[in-house]
Write a new protein. Structure first.
Length: 380
């Protein structure tokens, strides 16, 4: 008989009184215990027996039948040995299994070391693909926790989820408090996310710098210019770990080019800034429509919901007088090509033919929405 762990931690008052009574006697019956305790003793007897603190001492008749069931106390040391015996056996079995597993895995060391030598010769030792999300999050925590100089991050896809931001804010504040610089690039649509704006306000108070761009942002993180994480195509829960110096340098240059073109993230968006950002989003939509991208692809590129993106596209179609999406793409492509050839600006309203009304996309004062799930390759 085994007691549940939570019950074994503490004996009931009745069981404690019964054990004190039992320790003073060689044997006793349940009825005798009940008379002394002034209450039924069956439950207390069962509790002590389950803890191996009582053992039965049946008295038998000459024919071998039980005449009376009596009980006697067992010393706590003996009860402990009996209780722990199964646990000790499991511990030994676990240690044996650990030894077998260690030997099995360590037998592969020569093969791995031989492969490492080959990787060094081939120059590919600086790249590692991580697809396990838990392992990736642990690596991010380690990189951020040991950063010494500067952390650079890029996050496409609009506003970040509150869960991701909550995980990141304490980690980033601790990093900034150590004197590590933090620069982050979002897309313009992140400005309309209240949780993201609140996060930016907190880290900016400690010296972090945050900017936004409209398009062309790749998810990545770069720590102290020696270790980078890059997004993996079609798997936003995975990342490519980069330690090869030339690739890290390329990531750094890519970040700096985006940073130079980005605009500071203001937690309060004024009317003029909102119009400027909205106009840039409209220009980008015009360009992507002219390239023939579908609504879903444009929405993903701009970090907004597909529904909001479709509303912007409808406004652009009305501006160029297109009756269909195909016609809009044709007109915009021709207008953009003509503007590029003639050195014109944005072709009378960002790609609209001459005489077409210039309108701003719907949602100038409205949050463009978030685009899909958060990735994991980076701090917030």
């Amino acid at each position: 008989m085994h007691m549940p762990a939570d019950e074994a931690e503490r004996l009931s008052p009745a069981a404690l009184r019964l054990y004190g009574y039992a320790a003073e006697r060689h044997t006793f019956t349940e009825a005798e215990a009940a008379e002394v305790l002034g209450e039924p003793a069956a439950a207390a007897v069962a509790e002590l027996a389950a803890a191996h603190l009582l053992q039965p001492r049946p008295e038998t008749r000459g024919n071998g039948t039980v005449r009376e069931l009596r009980w006697s106390a067992v010393s706590p040391r003996a009860a402990t040995a009996r209780t722990l015996a199964p646990l000790a056996l499991r511990v030994r079995e676990t240690h044996d299994e650990m030894d077998r597993l260690r030997a099995r895995l360590e037998s592969l060391i020569p093969q791995y070391e031989a492969g490492s030598t080959q990787r060094d010769r081939d120059g590919v030792d600086g790249l590692e693909l991580i697809t396990d999300q838990t392992a990736l999050q642990n690596l991010i925590r380690e990189l951020i926790g040991t950063a010494e100089c500067e952390v650079l991050t890029c996050h496409p896809g609009g506003g970040r989820s509150p869960e991701i931001l909550e995980q990141a804010v304490g980690r980033d504040e601790a990093m900034l408090a150590r004197g590590v610089r933090l620069r982050t690039i979002y897309q313009h649509t992140a400005r309309y996310s209240r949780p993201t704006a609140a996060y930016v306000e907190r880290v900016a108070a400690l010296g972090s710098q945050v900017r936004t761009v409209g398009d062309g942002l790749m998810r990545m993180i770069l720590v102290d210019q020696h270790t980078g994480l890059l997004e993996v195509r079609d798997d936003d829960k995975a990342a490519l770990v980069v330690r090869e110096p030339n690739v890290v340098h390329f990531m750094l240059q890519t970040f700096e080019r985006s940073w130079a073109q980005a605009e500071p993230f203001a937690t309060t968006v004024g009317p003029d800034q909102a119009r400027s950002i909205s106009e840039e989003l409209r220009q980008t939509i015009v360009r992507l429509l002219a390239e023939g991208l579908e609504d879903k692809a444009i929405a993903r590129r701009l970090g907004m919901s597909e529904r909001t993106c479709q509303r912007h596209i409808a406004e652009v179609m009305r501006a160029v007088g297109a009756k269909s999406r195909f016609q809009a793409g044709f007109l915009l492509s021709a207008a953009v090509g003509a503007a590029a050839a003639g050195g014109a600006g944005a072709a009378a309203g960002a790609g609209a033919p001459a005489g077409a009304p210039v309108t701003r996309p719907a949602g100038t004062q409205e949050a463009p929405g978030s685009a899909g799930p958060d990735g994991t390759a980076g701090t917030a």
